[in-house]
Write a protein that binds this ligand. Structure first.
Ligand code: FAD
Ligand code: GLY
Length: 386
């Protein structure tokens, strides 16, 4: 049977898109050079956190909020389709303020969100101790974001794998796509292991490796790896319930008793080393926030490469305006929010593929915006940690 759509990349973005497209009746093949989700999507912390991550109001923030609003039903549908509980947890997120920290920045951040009518609550030190007794006694207050939830992203990837297969997607793992193939005005398919595969539409969802495939088109699109190092610790009986942030670190409690500690944001190219300095700083920051973590067993350390872009916004949409090639679609550059943005990206990329019309919601994220050269991203925008 002829392939309607080829998706390059079996991360959270490629698999979610493939799932929606197959549900709409298309014959979809996913090429994944490793295992499903083996890169950033399994490395992530699974926080669904538009407010916590927000740099300010605007179309990207709105896009993130819309995806957050879709998440509960996305998770339920996926759990139903796969039989795998993706552990959607709705306990909310606490931003803890510790003695001597920049109170003003936190207050400013909370103010614009409150003025925008977003759910956010100020919590006193006493109330914080009732909510999360394990938090440091040096905490002076906290900000609670009740709608910022989390999902177990490794289980999410397991569930997506089962769901896409059950919906009829052909998933080819261990299949590196070495090139896209073109004829004038259209992409015709991909090359993998020296073999050509044709399709009506090709979607590049190859995470931080995406721009490598686009080089022959001469597109001014850069997807840049932003390394994130993480640690998982464990002890019998997890002492925290909610996702916690300090200005240096975030801590994510999982159902199985693990606590994830993250993460660095480093521009170190495609180097996937885990470094002593970063692990040391993450552990110190975690112990500062929750002192009992000192006695926890370190279970795992890892890192992943976030797909960042020059303006830190995702690149989602058809390449037609910039290249004249309408049937090539990009869905990449989700940087710190790819788990969060999977439902909305999949919805609109499926809509675009089925209608051949760019949905309005995707306009801010088209490649046209790169016509003017923008400066390289700087880590300073996010800080080394968090
Ligand atoms: P990836 O998951 O990297 O998938 C791309 C896939 O394409 C890979 O599996 C790769 O093998 C494959 N591929 C690449 N090139 C080819 C090729 N030529 N042929 C075939 N296959 C190819 N996001 C959140 O929303 N919440 C969080 O809490 C969060 N925490 C994070 C913490 C860390 C430490 C990191 C690193 C990331 C975090 N993120 C988080 C970001 C999130 O993980 C990413 O934005 C998201 O996973 C990107 O998904 P993706 O499918 O685009 O990329
Ligand atoms: N969103 C958390 C991270 O990227 O580390």
């Amino acid at each position: 049977m002829a392939i309607d759509v080829i998706v390059v990349g079996g991360g959270v973005i490629g698999c979610s898109i493939a799932w929606r497209l197959a549900q709409s009746g298309l014959k979809v093949t996913v090429f994944e050079r490793g295992r499903v989700g083996c890169e950033a999507s399994r490395a992530a912390a699974g926080m669904l956190s538009p407010q916590g991550e927000a740099q300010g109001p605007g179309p990207f923030f709105e896009f993130c909020l819309r995806s957050r609003a879709m998440y509960r039903s996305f998770a339920e549908e996926l759990t139903e389709a796969s039989g795998i509980d993706v552990e959607y947890k709705d306990d909310g997120t606490l931003f803890v303020v510790v003695e001597g920290e920049d109170e003003e920045a936190k207050t400013k951040w909370a103010s614009w969100q409150l003025e925008a009518g977003l759910p956010l609550e100020h919590v006193s030190a006493d109330d914080l101790r009732k909510l999360e007794p394990a938090v440091t006694e040096l905490a002076t207050r906290a900000i609670f974001l009740p709608e910022e939830h989390q999902v177990e992203n490794r289980r999410l990837m397991d569930a997506l794998e089962v769901a896409i297969k059950r919906t009829g997607v052909e998933l080819i793992e261990g299949a590196d796509v070495s090139a896209l193939t073109f004829e004038p005005g259209r992409v015709t398919g991909v090359v993998s292991a020296g073999k050509r595969f044709d399709a009506g539409v090709v979607i590049v969802a190859a995470g931080t490796w995406s721009s490598q495939l686009l080089e022959p088109l001469g597109l001014n699109v850069k997807v840049i790896p932003a390394r994130g190092q993480m640690i998982a610790v464990r002890r019998n009986g997890c002492p925290i319930k909610r996702v916690l942030h300090s200005s240096k670190v975030y801590i994510v409690p999982r159902n199985d008793g693990r606590i994830l500690i993250g993460a660095t944001v480093e521009y170190a190219g495609f180097n996937k080393a885990v470094t002593a300095g970063a692990i040391n700083q993450l552990l110190n920051a975690a112990v500062e926030l929750v002192p009992s973590i000192e006695d926890f067993e370190v279970e795992e350390i890892w890192c992943g490469l976030r797909p960042d872009t020059i303006d830190h916004l995702p690149i989602i949409g058809a390449t037609g305006v910039a290249t004249g090639v309408d049937n090539l679609v990009l869905a990449t550059g989700h940087f710190r929010n790819g788990i969060l943005l999977a439902p909305i990206t999949a919805k609109f990329v499926a809509e675009l593929t089925n209608s051949n019309r760019q949905p309005d919601a995707l306009r801010p994220f088209g490649i046209e915006r790169f016509e003017n050269n923008l400066p390289e991203p700087t880590p300073a925008a996010y800080g080394f940690f968090r």
